[in-house]
Design a protein around this ligand. Structure first.
Ligand code: ADP
Length: 397
C-alpha cells in the first residue's frame, strides 16, 4: 500500500532530523560479524579507543539490542542517560569517547528483551536522530552478529556510511557466516573496509611462541576470494578477557603487547579515507565477471541467454581475458553452480529473478541487475569505474 501524503511528510521530516543530527560526523564505520563470540564488540571498543588515542573525536554506538556489551567492556554499567531539550546526551568515557548503548536503558540485564523489527528500527532511529553526537571524526557502530534487522536499519538510517569492518575467527566453520556478511554489504552497497581475523593463534607470554588454536585461514582466504582488504590477524591474548571483564580497553592498558601492536596494524589503514582503501583494494584485485549475451551484447534474459562472456580483469583494472561460453541447459540452480564453479565473483545482468539473486548471494557472488544492453567490455569498464548505471530489473526469468 502506498504511503499517504501525511506519512510521506513525516518520513521526510524524520530523515531531515537525522541528516541534521549527524551532519558533523565525518566518518561512520560499522563493525560486523557473521556469528557471535568472535570478538566483534572487543574489536569495536578497541578501535574506538585506539582512534581516540590518535586524537580523533570518536563516538561508539552499540546497536546490539539483545546483548549490548559495550557498557560492560568500558565499565560504564549503571550509567544514567541525561536528556537536554529534545536530545539525549551520550555517556562520556574517559573524558573523550561518546558512548550510546541500549544497555544504558535497561534496568535489569538478566531480563530478555523481546523486540520486533519495527521497534528495533525505531530505537536505532532515535540513537541516530536524537543523541547529541556533535562534531565527530568517527562514529563506530557495534552491530549484533549476523545480518538481521539492526545492521540493515543502521545502514539505511546513516545514508552513506564509510563501510564495514568484518570480524571473524580463522576456522572454516566461521567462513559461511562471513560470506553472508560480505554479500549483505554488497547488496546494500556498503563498502567493505576490511576483514579482521581475531583469535589467530595464542602467543605464549613466556616464550613468545605462537600456537594455532583454530586451524585454518578463514579470514585471510575470504578476503582473497572476495577481493576485499585483509586488515590483519589478532592473536589470542590471555589479558584480553580480564581486560574486558574489568572494563579496561585492552589497547589502552596493554599498549606494549604484541596483540596491541597487531590491533594497531589492523586499525591503521582505517585512518586513510574510504576512497583510498577502495582504490587500493580494487588496484590489488583481480576479478572474474560474467555477463549474459545476446547478439554480442548484454541479454536481458538471464536464465535463457545464448552465451556468457566471462571476463578476467587484472590488478590494473584492465581486461586480461575474455571467453564466450555456452551455459548448461536451463534448470533451476544450475547457473549459480556453473558460474560459481568457474570462480566468477561478479555478474552484470539486465533482469534476474529474486530466487536466482539469492542463490548467487549465498555463493558469495555479487549481482548487478538492470544493466543496459551494451557490449561486455563497456559494461566491465563502467562497473570498474563505478559509473555503471543500473536501471529496472526488466525481465526476471
Ligand atoms: P562478540 O562481540 O563477537 O560476541 P566479544 O567481543 O564479546 O565477542 O568477545 C567474546 C569473548 O572473547 C570476550 O570474553 C573477549 O574478552 C574475548 N576475546 C575477544 N578477542 C580476544 C582475543 N584476541 N584474545 C583473547 N580473548 C578475546
Amino acid at each position: 500500500m502506498p504511503f499517504s501524503q501525511e506519512q510521506q511528510k513525516q518520513m521526510q521530516a524524520q530523515q531531515e532530523q537525522i541528516k541534521q543530527n549527524i551532519k558533523h560526523i565525518k566518518h561512520q564505520i560499522l563493525v560486523l560479524s557473521g556469528k557471535g563470540g568472535v570478538g566483534k564488540s572487543s574489536i569495536a571498543v578497541n578501535l574506538a579507543v585506539w582512534l581516540s588515542m590518535q586524537s580523533k573525536k570518536v563516538g561508539l554506538l552499540d546497536v546490539d539490542i539483545h546483548g549490548p556489551s559495550i557498557p560492560k567492556l568500558l565499565n560504564l554499567e549503571g550509567s544514567k542517560l541525561q536528556g537536554r531539550e529534545d536530545k539525549i546526551e551520550p555517556i562520556i568515557y574517559n573524558n573523550t569517547l561518546k558512548v550510546m548503548s541500549i544497555g544504558f536503558l535497561i534496568q535489569d540485564e538478566n531480563v530478555a528483551l523481546i523486540w520486533r523489527g519495527p521497534m528495533k528500527h525505531n530505537v536505532i532511529k532515535q540513537f541516530v536522530s536524537e543523541v547529541s553526537w556533535g562534531d565527530l571524526d568517527y562514529l563506530i557502530v557495534d552491530c549484533p552478529p549476523g545480518t538481521g534487522d539492526e545492521p540493515l536499519s543502521i545502514v539505511q538510517l546513516l545514508e552513506k556510511p564509510d563501510g564495514a569492518v568484518i570480524v571473524t575467527t580463522p576456522q572454516q566453520l566461521a567462513v559461511t557466516d562471513v560470506k553472508k556478511c560480505i554479500t549483505f554489504c554488497k547488496q546494500l552497497n556498503l563498502p567493505i573496509l576490511g576483514i579482521i581475523e581475531n583469535m589467530d593463534g595464542f602467543i605464549c607470554p613466556h616464550c613468545n611462541q605462537k600456537t594455532d588454536i583454530f586451524s585454518g585461514d578463514g579470514g585471510k582466504q575470504m578476503a582473497k576470494d572476495f577481493n576485499v582488504p585483509f586488515l590483519g590477524s589478532i592473536p589470542i591474548d590471555s589479558n584480553m578477557v580480564p581486560a574486558a571483564d574489568l572494563g579496561k580497553p585492552f589497547i589502552y592498558y596493554n599498549n606494549q603487547s604484541p596483540t596491541a601492536q597487531a590491533l594497531n596494524n589492523a586499525f591503521e589503514p582505517l585512518l586513510r579515507s574510504n576512497k583510498q582503501i577502495e582504490t587500493n583494494n580494487k588496484e590489488n584485485s583481480k576479478m572474474r565477471i560474467a555477463i549474459p549475451l545476446f547478439d554480442g551484447k548484454l541479454s536481458q534474459h538471464f536464465g535463457h541467454c545464448e552465451k556468457f562472456a566471462v571476463i578476467d580483469t587484472d590488478s590494473s583494472n584492465s581486461i586480461s581475458n575474455r571467453e564466450d561460453l555456452t551455459p548448461p541447459p536451463h534448470e533451476p540452480g544450475v547457473l549459480p553452480k556453473w558460474l560459481g564453479g568457474m570462480g566468477v565473483n561478479v555478474i552484470i545482468a539486465g533482469g534476474m529473478g529474486q530466487r536466482a539473486q539469492q542463490l548467487f548471494a549465498q555463493n558469495g557472488i555479487e549481482v548487478v541487475v538492470g544493466a543496459p544492453a551494451e557490449s561486455p567490455e563497456n559494461l566491465v569498464a563502467a562497473y570498474l569505474g563505478k559509473t555503471l548505471q543500473s536501471g529496472e530489473n526488466l525481465c526476471d526469468h
